[in-house]
Write a protein that binds this ligand. Structure first.
Ligand SMILES: C[S@@+](CC[C@H](N)C(=O)[O-])C[C@H]1O[C@@H](n2cnc3c(N)ncnc32)[C@H](O)[C@@H]1O
Length: 293
């Protein structure tokens, strides 16, 4: 069998994915082609033909994507900030909307003036996305990350080891419960920033097959109202932060008002502020631990 043109193969794959209900069929068809060819998506035009082996591999991946396996499980990578994270079955795929919280964290670390290395804690770290992206962007920080699920923690460890091998500062990973009143007790009152993208979807919410059939449910759902992890986690955050330390927590778009109420109701937080995503929906909340007087 001779080589076949890439363009018509991508068009055919786009039709297959669209018929399967994939939300971004053309993008996914191109990203899978880039993965098979080992090039950036923007350089696909430089590889106009596929070998028979490449075609077979491409068709195999398109078929899997058409069954709604997440794109990132097929390519094996997801991005956060400047880093790529290895992902696959058993770990939550980092989402683009979390980049907003990440950008806030970096801007805040830049603004803050301290006489010490900033300590950052990522609660519910999953693949290590926020923790490792912060450690990469700010090598002067000391980053700790907590994850309950041992399978997800293995992905975080793998990502941490790989990035440390490429020269990033290592992060400290802990298997633990972010709602445990004793978690990271050795850091009580010493943390400059807490970031978290915890499970927050209310039980029973309608989700795409990529999400409900593949993301671990421990990563998605926060009990009946979506707040079963966030509510007790606020106590952990209050305990860990030093006076004047800051926090950012991603949440469900239906939780903007209730998140502000939860932080306002807890003793010792100031400057509680809601932040919207690119669609204008409430997406994450920030607050500051009251400085001592
Ligand atoms: C929505 S995922 C986010 C993962 C990562 N922060 C990200 O943005 O890609 C939530 C993560 O929290 C973990 N998790 C759930 N409950 C937890 C708890 N009580 N303590 C610590 N981690 C928890 C899940 O296993 C999952 O990895």
């Amino acid at each position: 069998m001779s080589r076949v043109p890439l363009r018509s193969t991508v068009v055919e794959a786009t039709e297959t994915l669209a018929a399967a209900g994939v939300h971004s069929p053309y993008t996914d068809a191109e990203l899978l082609a880039a993965h098979v060819l080992g090039v950036e998506r923007t350089r696909l035009a430089l590889v106009p033909m596929l070998t028979p082996e490449q075609l077979a591999e491409y068709r195999r991946l398109v078929e899997q994507r058409a069954t709604r396996v997440p794109l990132q499980y097929l390519t094996g990578v997801a991005a956060m900030g400047e880093i790529d994270l290895c992902v696959g079955p058993g770990v939550f795929v980092p989402r683009p909307e979390t980049e907003l919280l990440f950008a806030w964290a970096l801007a805040h670390l830049d603004m803050a003036e301290r006489g010490h290395r900033p300590t950052v804690v990522d609660l519910c770290t999953g693949s290590g996305a926020l923790a490792l992206a912060i450690a990469h962007a700010r090598p002067d920080t000391l980053v700790h990350a907590v994850e309950l699920d041992p399978v997800a923690l293995k992905w975080a460890q793998r990502n941490s080891d790989r990035l440390a091998g490429e020269g990033d500062a290592p992060i400290a990973l802990y298997e633990g419960d972010a709602t445990d009143p004793a978690v990271l007790a050795e850091l009580d009152g010493r943390v400059d920033m807490v970031v978290s993208n915890p499970p927050y979807i209310p039980a029973g919410a309608e989700l795409d097959p990529e999400v409900i059939d593949h993301d671990p449910h421990l990563a998605l759902f926060g009990g009946a109202d979506g707040l079963s992890v966030i509510r007790p986690m606020i106590g952990t955050i209050a305990r860990l932060l030093r006076p004047g330390g800051v926090v950012a927590v991603e949440h469900d778009d239906s939780h903007g008002a209730v998140m502000a109420e939860l932080f306002d109701a807890h003793d010792g937080f100031l400057d509680v502020a809601e932040h919207t995503d690119l669609a204008g929906k409430p997406r994450f909340i920030t607050a500051r631990r009251m400085p001592t007087t």
